[in-house]
Design a protein. Structure first.
Length: 280
């Protein structure tokens, strides 16, 4: 990857711009619109949204005000947990499109799997939601479909359907690599996206990262973003701070050595996000 518009190729041939701009916890209103406009101005072409972030209408205004043609942008959203199942998913997409003021999405994800802690029929709920995703994809309302926070056990049945998930968006940052899920996705042709690639800001003061960042003359945030890219994982850094928005994407003028990649990999504590055991 040499620039923000370079992409990971999804299994249906579509290009996923290699660094996405995150919008979770971005305050609704002016902050969301202005941050998204600034991100696009800084060169991001991939915006990661979700209905549950409760800011899609403002994000949509930011997209409109950027003046960038729709076909040069890649916009993702996610169906929330209360909207699982065929009919509700179909309606959820229409609401998201109307909020974002768009007539199609580039990528639509199931935000979290229905899980065995909450539902005895979790697998059929996920399949029902997936059937809606598949129909939306076939109708051209969304250009690609995938999941988020799915473990291999949740992905298994979906991989047996006629349109397989193209993306799995999971938590991935120095200290949390979820290696088994990443390997499973790569073996099955899914592109992995990294949520919280900066560890929600908490890993940025880590001394191992700081030492590496200093040697390259970069920030620890830039090292985190680059480390994801060199793992062939698409990072989605979020910031509402103008200079961070810009700097987080300035990652194409250095390459981490194999030795530095290994040093960062060693920060992994082996923990996972146990999406099979959540109660929301
Ligand atoms: P990130 O890892 O992107 O970290 C964001 C935090 O780091 C914010 O507090 C931000 O502050 C701060 N920050 C950003 N850049 C810098 C910098 N250069 N120096 C210091 N601090 C910095 O966390 P997120 O959890 O937001 O994850 C990114 C995106 O992933 C989300 O926005 C969302 O789109 C997606 N996501 C998806 C989930 C899912 O379940 N699918 C779950 C969670 C996130 P500030 O904004 O004040 O600058």
């Amino acid at each position: 990857m040499k620039k923000l518009t370079d992409g990971f190729q999804l299994s249906n041939g579509i290009s996923l711009p290699c660094v996405g701009y995150g919008t979770w916890q971005t305050p609704d209103g002016e902050t969301a619109s202005e941050s998204v406009r600034r991100a696009i101005e800084a060169g991001y072409r991939h915006i990661d949204c979700a209905a549950v972030y409760a800011n899609e209408a403002s994000v949509g205004r930011g997209i409109q005000s950027s003046g960038i043609p729709r076909n040069e942008l890649f916009v993702t959203s996610k169906v929330w947990n209360t909207e699982r199942g065929y009919d509700k998913t179909m309606k959820a997409l229409e609401k998201t499109l109307s909020d974002l003021q768009l007539d199609y999405l580039d990528l639509y994800l199931i935000h979290w799997p229905a899980n065995s802690r909450q539902f005895s029929d979790w697998d059929s709920i996920n399949l029902d939601t997936w059937r809606a995703m598949t129909d939306l994809y076939k109708a051209g309302r969304v250009k690609a479909i995938g999941v988020s926070n799915f473990q291999p056990k949740h992905l298994k049945s979906l991989l047996e359907t006629d349109v397989k998930p193209m993306v799995n968006q999971i938590r991935f940052h120095p200290g949390m690599m979820q290696r088994e899920i990443v390997s499973f996705c790569k073996e099955n042709g899914l592109i992995v996206e990294a949520w919280s690639p900066l560890g929600q800001g908490k890993v940025l003061s880590d001394p191992v990262l700081q030492e590496i960042a200093d040697r390259y003359g970069k920030s620890t945030a830039q090292v985190c973003v680059k480390w994801c890219l060199q793992h062939e994982i698409c990072p989605l850094p979020k910031s509402v701070t103008p200079d961070r928005i810009k700097a987080n994407a300035e990652v194409f003028d250095f390459i981490l050595t194999g030795e530095d990649m290994t040093k960062i990999d060693r920060m992994d504590r082996g923990e996972i996000v146990d999406s099979d055991n959540i109660d929301f």
